[in-house]
Design a binder for this molecule. Structure first.
Ligand SMILES: N[C@@H](CCC(=O)N[C@@H](CS)C(=O)NCC(=O)O)C(=O)O
Length: 253
C-alpha cells in the first residue's frame, strides 16, 4: 500500500497554490549579420519578443550542420525556433518572408489583418524576397566577389537593382512606407538599401527612397538589430579561399 509522504502527515494542508507563471522561453534566432538576418532581428526587436541569437557562421559552413539543416533544409539562415509555437508546442520556421509573416500573425503586429492591408504588405514582401534580395545579392556577387570583373553580369544586375530602387522610390513618393503603414515589408527591404553602395547604387538618385531609409533606420528597434555584434562575422575575409570554397560553387549534396 503506498505510504503517505511524511510532509503531508506532519504539515497542515496548504491552500492550493497557483501554478507559478511559466517563464516565456526566448525565440531562438539562427542568424548571421546580413540583410536577410537583420530583417528578423528587426521584427523581434519591434515586437519586444524575447530572443536569443544563435550565430550560424556561414563562412565556416555551419549552415550545413545536420542540426541546422533539420530546421532550415535550404542551408540558409535566417531561421527561428519558437518554443511557444501553435498549441504551445515548439515550431521552427525557415525563409525570411515566412518568418516575418509567422511573427506578424503571432503578435498581430506590423502585418495587418484586414485583407487590403495584408495584400499590400504581401505584395511588397514578396517583391523583396523574389526580386530585390536575389538581384541585389547577384549585383554584390559580381561587383565584389567574382574572381574576374565580367561586364555583362555586373551591368545586368546593377541595372536591375537600379530599376527596383526606382520602383521603391516611385511608391514612396506618395506613401511613407511601402505598404502604406510601417510593416514587415519595410523591415524586409531596409537592410538591402543599407548596402546600396555595394550594389552600385547612389541613394541621391532616389530622394523618396532616401527619406524612407532615413526614417526606418532611425527607429530604435532597427538600430538595435543593426547593432547586434558578431565578432567572427567582422573577421571574415571574402578573399580567403576556404571561405570562398564554402560559399561559392555549392551544388546538390
Ligand atoms: N530566401 C532566403 C535567402 C537567405 C539567404 O540567402 N541567406 C544567406 C545569407 S544572406 C545564407 O544563409 N547563405 C549561406 C550560404 O550561401 O551557404 C531567405 O529569404 O531567407
Amino acid at each position: 500500500m503506498p505510504r503517505l509522504a511524511k510532509r503531508s502527515q506532519t504539515k497542515p494542508a496548504r491552500r492550493p497554490r497557483r501554478a507559478p507563471a511559466r517563464r516565456k522561453r526566448p525565440i531562438e534566432l539562427y542568424y548571421w549579420p546580413t540583410p536577410n538576418g537583420w530583417k528578423i532581428a528587426i521584427m523581434l526587436e519591434e515586437c519586444g519578443l524575447p530572443y536569443v541569437v544563435r550565430p550560424v557562421d556561414i563562412s565556416k559552413g555551419e549552415q550545413f550542420a545536420a542540426q541546422f539543416l533539420a530546421i532550415s533544409p535550404n542551408n540558409r539562415m535566417p531561421a527561428i525556433v519558437d518554443p511557444d509555437g501553435p498549441s504551445g508546442r515548439p515550431i521552427s520556421v525557415f525563409e525570411s518572408g515566412a518568418i516575418l509573416q509567422y511573427l506578424g500573425r503571432k503578435t498581430g503586429k506590423f502585418y495587418p489583418q484586414d485583407e487590403r492591408g495584408r495584400v499590400a504588405v504581401e505584395e511588397w514582401l514578396y517583391w523583396q524576397v523574389g526580386g530585390l534580395g536575389p538581384m541585389a545579392g547577384q549585383a554584390v556577387h559580381f561587383r565584389r566577389y567574382a574572381p574576374e570583373k565580367i561586364i555583362y553580369p555586373i551591368a545586368r544586375y546593377t541595372d536591375e537593382v537600379n530599376r527596383l530602387y526606382g520602383v521603391m522610390n516611385t511608391r514612396l513618393k506618395h506613401h511613407d512606407y511601402l505598404a502604406g503603414r510601417y510593416s514587415i515589408a519595410d523591415m524586409a527591404c531596409v537592410g538591402w538599401v543599407r548596402l546600396a553602395e555595394r550594389q552600385g547604387q547612389d541613394l541621391a538618385e532616389f530622394p523618396y527612397l532616401k527619406r524612407w531609409f532615413e526614417n526606418v533606420r532611425a527607429r530604435p528597434a532597427v538600430q538595435c538589430a543593426f547593432a547586434i555584434h558578431i565578432a567572427a562575422a567582422s573577421a571574415v575575409d571574402m578573399r580567403n579561399p576556404k571561405v570562398r570554397a564554402v560559399l561559392f560553387g555549392q551544388r546538390a549534396r
